[in-house]
Ligand binder design. Structure first.
Ligand code: AVJ
Ligand code: FE
Length: 436
């Protein structure tokens, strides 16, 4: 790249690192030390583990991996290796105390900024590679910030986080329930997005038959109709493993919902409130999304259908970076970045709609797709196998689009998330589709 491009890469990396650390600080300074080290749920790490893990990955990938620096504290590497210790056991490890974790993460960051500052501007391919490493570090930190926000949602105790309300849905009543995406090929994935992770690559053509897809994610009100029609009690709507989960845990509603005096309430970041009918449903597993879709006479969209609805521009024949075009996300386009602590009502963000007319594909709620997490043709693991490759297979389902808790740096039309089909503490919702 030219010196000007290189300077822009550096600026962008610096801004992304600062944004991520500001959010990490908010999430870890808004509760006391006792709460930082406590286990709020066996599903999650103590917050202080995420904090030191963020620093440790940055040390491993960037300081040691890219800059060739010597290890700062090699004895702690094992503690913060996500593959070595499952989340439930992390509280019993000899973890760094909150003050140590903070100073370790900030010392690593100080050195990382030195590396960024001293990266030669005429580095060509080496510069692009190290810029990617910085982008990956910022995305990694933001992903753990989302994980920490999930821990905040699971904790009990006084309210620690607040945020303004998201925008209202101006024209929701006039939206049609679904839109048509005509059949034909489109370009899926990317070979050009500079900070795209290995699993988003390479760009390739996919043939997708025509289909209809919901204009907006399925709302709490629509989902309530499924509950009230006895959906959790009827085996015929459920995949066998989903039915087993419903029976074993006596499920009858999304996570964090409960019924009181004939009304559905939910707990959201420490506040109990009526379930809002017009808001996309949140905290449902893949099995619940799949069962709802079957009850509604529909199905989940495949990952390719989701991406075609989100990116395909029938006028130019090319795939956009985002539903609204190639511009980076702005607040008018999508509910991202933890600016709000909830999804916006279905029908919000008219400026963010895709050419097919579907809205809120980016932001608000992660959307379960019908698809297993699999490599694209031509996939190459990068920078190492443990990032994506070890998770490929039928055990993990793909989620698309990002939630209100996802930062713009970790969200693109091509971005792929994955999780187990039983997961419901994540910020997951869905929309449905049907064949022509
Ligand atoms: C892509 C969200 C499934 O949180 O396990 C964080 C991201 N990878 N540290 C996860 C990730 C390594 C990952 N997900
Ligand atoms: Fe991690």
């Amino acid at each position: 790249p030219h010196t000007g491009d290189a300077e822009a890469l550096r600026e962008r990396a610096l801004a992304a690192l600062l944004t991520a650390r500001k959010r990490t600080t908010l999430l870890t300074d808004s509760v006391d030390d006792h709460e930082l080290t406590a286990q709020h749920s066996p599903l999650m790490s103590p917050l202080v583990w995420d904090l030191a893990h963020i620093g440790n990955q940055e040390e491993l990938w960037l300081l040691r991996g890219v800059a060739g620096r010597e290890a700062m504290r090699p004895e702690i590497d094992g503690l913060y290796d996500a593959f070595e210790h499952p989340r439930a056991t992390r509280p019993s490890l000899p973890l760094l105390a909150p003050s140590e974790a903070r100073s370790y993460a900030s010392e690593v960051r100080g050195r990382a900024l030195d590396v960024l500052e001293s990266t030669p501007l005429d580095g060509g391919a080496a510069l692009v590679r190290s810029a990617f490493a910085f982008g990956m570090i910022a995305q990694h930190e933001q992903q753990h910030d989302e994980t920490m926000l999930i821990t905040h949602q699971l904790r009990s105790g006084p309210v620690a986080l607040t945020a303004p309300e998201p925008p209202r849905a101006v024209d929701a009543p006039v939206l049609s329930a679904e839109v048509l995406v005509p059949g034909g090929p489109f370009t899926m994935g990317t070979s050009t997005e500079p900070w795209a992770l290995d699993n988003e690559r390479p760009a390739h053509r996919r043939e997708v038959p025509g289909f209809h897809i919901d204009t907006a994610p399925v709302t709490c009100g629509a989902y309530r109709a499924f509950i009230e029609d006895g959906g959790y009690g009827e085996r015929r709507w459920w995949a066998p493993e989903g039915w087993a989960m419903v029976r074993e845990h006596a499920l009858e509603a999304p996570l964090f919902w409960h019924r009181e005096a004939g009304q559905w309430l939910r707990r959201r970041f420490g506040v109990t409130e009526p379930v809002p009918g017009d808001e996309p449903v949140l905290h449902v597993s893949w099995y619940e999304a799949d069962a709802y879709a079957r009850w509604a006479g529909r199905r989940l969209p495949t990952e390719a259908e989701w991406e075609k609805a989100a990116r395909h521009d029938p006028t130019s024949g090319r795939s956009r970076r985002y539903p609204w075009g190639d511009e980076d996300p702005a607040p008018v386009h999508a509910n991202l970045g933890q600016r709000h602590l909830r999804p916006a009502p279905a029908g919000a963000y008219p400026a963010g709609r895709a050419p097919c007319g579907a809205g809120q594909l980016i932001g608000d709620v992660w959307e379960w797709t019908a698809s297993d997490f699999l490599p694209y043709p031509g996939f190459a693991p990068f920078p190492y196998r443990e990032y994506s490759e070890v998770f490929f297979g039928p055990g993990h389902k793909v989620l698309r689009g990002g939630s209100f808790a996802v930062d713009t740096v970790a969200c693109r039309g091509t971005f792929r998330n994955w999780d187990l089909p039983v997961r419901r503490q994540i910020f997951s919702g869905f929309r449905t589709a049907r064949d022509l």
